[in-house]
Design a protein around this ligand. Structure first.
Ligand SMILES: Nc1ncnc2c1ncn2[C@@H]1O[C@H](COP(=O)(O)OP(=O)(O)OP(=O)(O)O)[C@@H](O)[C@H]1O
Length: 81
């Protein structure tokens, strides 16, 4: 299991969630990368954890969607690391 880290370019202003595309997939966009949402992983006191794929690097990452800001933090660790 990967651990959570900090997404360098994350901020409430630079991260957005777009509607499902033609394949019914949600996408989270930051200033440098877009992430395809795959699954719900869990929920903590400060946010919700989802698994996703970084569409630029093709790495699987865990994203934390902060409850009060809507910003995202991710773990740049592949699922198999
Ligand atoms: N990298 C991960 N891979 C898979 N599941 C994860 C990962 N990180 C977190 N989770 C799941 O999400 C849940 C909540 O994670 P989170 O890090 O938010 O926990 P927390 O430390 O209790 O929260 P907080 O720091 O917000 O109080 C975990 O209990 C776990 O089930």
């Amino acid at each position: 299991m990967s651990s959570l880290g900090t997404l360098e370019d994350s901020s409430a202003a630079s991260v957005s969630l777009t509607a499902p595309d033609a394949q019914d997939c949600f996408t989270i966009n930051s200033s440098s990368s877009s992430y395809k949402v795959l699954d719900f992983l869990g929920e903590g006191g400060f946010g919700t954890i989802i698994s996703s794929v970084n569409l630029r690097t093709r790495k699987m990452v865990a994203l934390k969607i902060m409850k009060d800001t809507g910003s995202a933090r991710d773990a740049e660790h592949e699922a198999g690391d």
